[in-house]
Design a protein around this ligand. Sequence first.
Ligand code: GDP
Ligand code: ZN
Length: 296
Amino acid sequence: MLSESGVRYECRIKGKFRLDDIKNTNPVAVGDQVEIETEADSIDANIIAIAPRRNYIIRRSINLSRQTHILAANMDRAFLIVTLAMPRTSLGFIDRFLITAEAYSIPVDIIFNKADLYDTEMLEKVQALQTLYEGLGYPCHILSALTEGAEITRLRTRLKGNVNLFSGHSGTGKSTLINMLDPALKLRTGGLSEAHDKGVHTTTFAEMFELSGGGFVIDSPGIKELGIVDIEKHELSHFFPEMRRLLNKCKFNNCLHLSEPKCAVREAVEKGEIAMSRYDSYLGIMSGEELEKEYE
Ligand code: GDP
Ligand code: ZN
């Protein structure tokens, strides 16, 4: 715990916390603002209260499937690190992440990393994705975490003074990028081979780092279990910005945009105004398709 006066404390939780209505395996999450009780001349402290969260990201616990686990709280922005190859991030995964972030009111930037590995065809593909997602309100960055450049400088400015969540599949270059953005951090890299070693469970807790230039980065571990939580079927389209703006144009106000007549969403898909890949993600989530299927 970092105090307002800049002192770091080792904290324990005192008493029982009942948070919101969710069953949680961890009462305190990275990014939480807490009230502590300290003792003179000691770095040990007790957490006695947790401030209401502005937002948070949740995932199901690995072993206790009915319980959830808050990964991180009070974020200003999430940065989703994706790669089109080595490893490949699917569009379905990107869309699921964006929907979850929409549901939790966290703005997202998408970082397409490992641009140095892309050939012309892949660069065209990634530029088309940039056009698509920026059109929806998600700023995109195409860059290589291995080389200093204008995009890295721009990103550094964007992180300054904020609490920033870095998320993405293991091996996409999160640690490499964080080190490039702030060389003082020296995070361990090479997550890809680690992820392939199935015997080892990576930590389920997110870690928070302070940036030399001001602000914080939360490095969240593999978010494979990050599912769509607490979203009802009839609400799902509210979390697609391009669908949200059409909702009062459907004939039926309880339209699920599946096969109902005079559906403004489906008409927009047919006219190419809504990307097919986005509508496919919508259908996938609607049919209860598991996130796991998006992995190879
Ligand atoms: P993490 O699991 O997301 O933290 O990924 P790491 O930062 O550990 O990176 C995984 C592997 O990808 C490492 O071998 C990195 O050197 C490599 N890597 C990261 N960023 C880039 C990049 O922009 N280009 C290339 N070619 N390799 C990268
Ligand atoms: Zn509709």
